[in-house]
Design a binder for this molecule. Structure first.
Ligand code: C5P
Length: 410
């Protein structure tokens, strides 16, 4: 998806081993539709050459040995002004401990720090992706500089944890390029759900017959995960209760893994008390084997298959929608319906049966496992189709609809 189309990003590199990851980040930014202007410090040039970054960004790399920062190639000689005025955001990745000192002090003795100091602070955001050894990261001086930078309006993107090039293990690794990209894309999304707490269920449930087998539903979890991501991008605190799926957790989302419908209900009830929005995307199994065997059910040679008895699972959405919090208007509930035909009628009937203000209908076989989908929003006013699009795009549209409705009822 062209999530950064029309955005111009100045990608700054200061000195650190993580510079090798910035090449991939640069490529990721371009692939997401951004134009990228790379600026490197002298120290960054010790780790990766400008040639690589020029090729990946398709632009000459800036970063002058000239302490004054003036550059005769620019008509006005002032790249620190021009580069910062053109940017929709400046992203420093990696941002070394030493470069943080410079930023915190307002130093301007190389083009990158000079440009950061000269940036219009209200209109050009500065995002920092720190990268350093774990002791450097934990040092009070670094933590103090970070606090100062945050107070000065910089956005600190955090660090990863794990094996470090120095051989030690801990906090301080630069976030992976894909993580930085996800954070930057999120940064540009409208914060329509700021202050809200969103609870999402996703994926199928699995109902055990015995320790080896069980019954489940078709569901890749992609739609629910996209909704969790979109809600987080919109500024909400998000809890994602996920059935058995193997999808990566969206950035900044708190994930609770569950297996059965009853596990899912328990996890949902635990979070629903503090949530303001509940989106039930999960394909919950309607029934479970009444008495699962604690040993594998074996063929007994008689040719007779085992007889299974089922019992109905709790309806999670209905339970939450009938709760005091939802009925008093403090929790906005959204249901999903996967149908095979006659979507409008089934979705309208389901919305009433579930007692939710908004229900999203889709044709199951056209949605399962796909990266895109089409949806029908059904509320008390009528139906509103959202044409086929990638699931993340639809998720963002749905989040905007939820934000509009929760604002209206607030
Ligand atoms: O009744 P049906 O399964 O078609 O309803 C679909 C909607 O209800 C979805 O939002 C789904 O997540 C939710 N649901 C639930 N608990 C169930 C069954 C469905 O929360 N046991």
């Amino acid at each position: 998806m062209n999530d950064l189309a029309g955005k111009h990003i100045v990608l700054g590199l200061s000195g650190g081993i993580a510079c090798y990851k910035s090449a991939e980040l640069c490529r990721g930014l371009s692939k997401a539709g951004a134009t990228v202007q790379v600026v490197m410090t002298e120290a960054a040039r010790q780790f990766i050459t400008p040639v690589t970054l020029q090729a990946l960004s398709n632009r000459p790399v800036y970063g002058s040995r000239d302490v004054s920062g003036f550059d005769a190639r620019e008509p006005n000689g002032m790249p620190h002004i021009n580069l910062s005025r053109e940017a929709d955001a400046i992203l420093i990745a990696p941002c070394s401990a030493d470069f943080m000192v410079k930023l915190a002090q307002g130093a301007a003795d190389d083009l990158l720090s000079l440009m950061c100091l000269a940036r219009p602070i209200q209109s050009v955001p500065l995002l920092l992706a720190p990268a350093m050894n774990r002791e450097m990261w934990a040092h009070p001086a670094t933590q103090r500089n970070m606090a100062q930078l945050a107070a000065d309006g910089a956005i600190l993107l955090g660090v990863g944890n794990g094996f470090q090039a120095c051989g030690e293990t801990g906090d301080g690794r630069m976030l992976e390029p894909a993580e930085l990209l996800e954070d930057l894309i999120a940064f540009f999304q409208p914060k329509s759900l700021a202050g809200q707490r969103v609870l999402v269920t996703a994926g199928p449930t699995f109902e055990a017959m015995d320790p080896i087998r069980g019954i489940t539903n078709h569901s890749s979890g992609k739609m629910g995960f996209a909704i969790a991501r979109a809600a987080r991008e919109a500024g909400a605190e998000v809890t994602l209760v996920a059935g058995p799926v193997s999808l990566p957790t969206p950035r900044g989302v708190c994930r609770v893994d569950v297996r059965s419908a009853r596990d899912m209900l328990e996890a949902v009830v635990a979070s629903a008390d503090s949530a303001t929005v509940f989106v039930a995307t999960a394909a919950v199994a309607d029934w479970r084997p009444a008495t699962p065997s604690d040993q594998k059910i074996k063929k007994d040679g008689s040719g007779q298959p085992p007889v299974l008895h089922f019992t109905e699972n709790p309806d999670i959405l209905h339970t939450v929608a009938q709760g005091e919090r939802a009925r008093s208007g403090r929790l906005f509930c959204v249901g999903f319906a996967a149908e095979s035909h006659d979507l409008v009628n089934h979705a309208q009937a389901k919305r009433e049966r579930k007692g939710v203000p908004l229900l999203v209908g889709n044709i199951g076989p056209l949605a399962f496992g796909q990266d895109d989908n089409e949806m029908l929003l059904v509320d008390a006013q009528g139906v509103h189709p959202l044409p086929r699009a990638p699931k993340l795009q639809l998720a963002r549209q749905l989040i905007a609809e939820i934000a509009r409705r929760t604002r209206a009822t607030a």
